[in-house]
Design a protein around this ligand. Structure first.
Ligand code: AP5
Length: 212
């Protein structure tokens, strides 16, 4: 099962990808998480990526492509994977096509105002990486799963979100046509709870994998 999540920032790609990866026991490969880890570790790649991320711009293709090639080649990805946040440009999509086959692209279709509200309310656990809405947290500073410190991502402010949305529309949205042409794009409207959206995605996956 090789899946990919497409959609604007804050559409819920990561939230859904984590759930499906657990259910199907395949790795969740998030280029955003990988880049944040590189920044945390102070690596050369992290230093290069930091300024792009904090300005809401895409990190250059060559940096991302090298990173993803290495990740997909790891043994845990041999039975399948869920890509979240990659590819994000036509060049990245073309490179991916040369590396492996995608069974399905799940495009979560969200409205700008909903996204901005959600991203402003997003909180992330610094220990286990769990993602919440501030309104879900009884203790605003601590993760209900592991009691780790909860923080706000550096790029989760309204000014940067608007820039990320503009990058998405210019560079990533064209991938909707790219994957429609290949017959593997599935649109999931973002108009329900997290559980509703998971059920809608699972219904789509049933139709794909039952027909194999
Ligand atoms: P990345 O980390 O990938 O950010 P993104 O694509 O902007 O996506 P987000 O993580 O913001 O949102 P999401 O869709 O995963 O939403 P989530 O599930 O958290 O990338 C960050 C940066 O890294 C980029 O800007 C770029 O600079 C760089 N980068 C990464 N990949 C790259 C690439 N391939 N090429 C170049 N540069 C790259 O949900 C959001 C919130 O909403 C959460 O609080 C969640 O709890 C809540 N929520 C989710 N679904 C629902 C729902 N149905 N109802 C209510 N709340 C919900």
């Amino acid at each position: 099962m090789n899946l990919m999540f497409l959609g604007p920032p804050g559409a819920g790609k990561g939230t859904q990808a984590v759930r499906l990866a657990e259910q199907f026991n395949i790795p969740h490969i998030s280029t955003g998480d990988m880049l944040r880890q590189e920044i945390k570790n102070g690596t050369e790649l992290g230093i290069k990526a930091k300024s792009y991320i904090s300005e809401g711009k895409l990190v250059p293709d060559d940096v991302i492509i090298g990173m993803i090639k290495e990740r997909i080649a790891k043994p845990d990805a041999s039975k399948g994977f869920i890509l979240d946040g990659f590819p994000r440009t036509r060049e990245q999509a073309q490179v991916l096509e040369g590396l492996t086959r995608l069974d399905a692209v799940i495009n979560i279709d969200s409205r700008d105002e909903q996204i901005i509200k959600r991203i402003c309310g997003r909180r992330v656990c610094s220990e286990c990486g769990a993602v919440y809405q501030e309104s879900q947290l009884e203790d605003k500073n601590s993760c209900p799963k592991c009691q780790g410190r909860v923080y706000i991502r550096e790029d989760d402010n309204e000014e940067t979100i608007r820039k990320r949305l503009s990058e998405y529309k210019k560079k990533t949205m064209p991938l909707i046509d790219f994957y429609t042409e290949r017959g593997i794009l599935h649109n999931i409207p973002d108009n329900g709870t997290i559980d509703d959206i998971t059920q809608n995605i699972l219904a789509v996956l049933h139709t794909i994998y039952d027909s194999y």
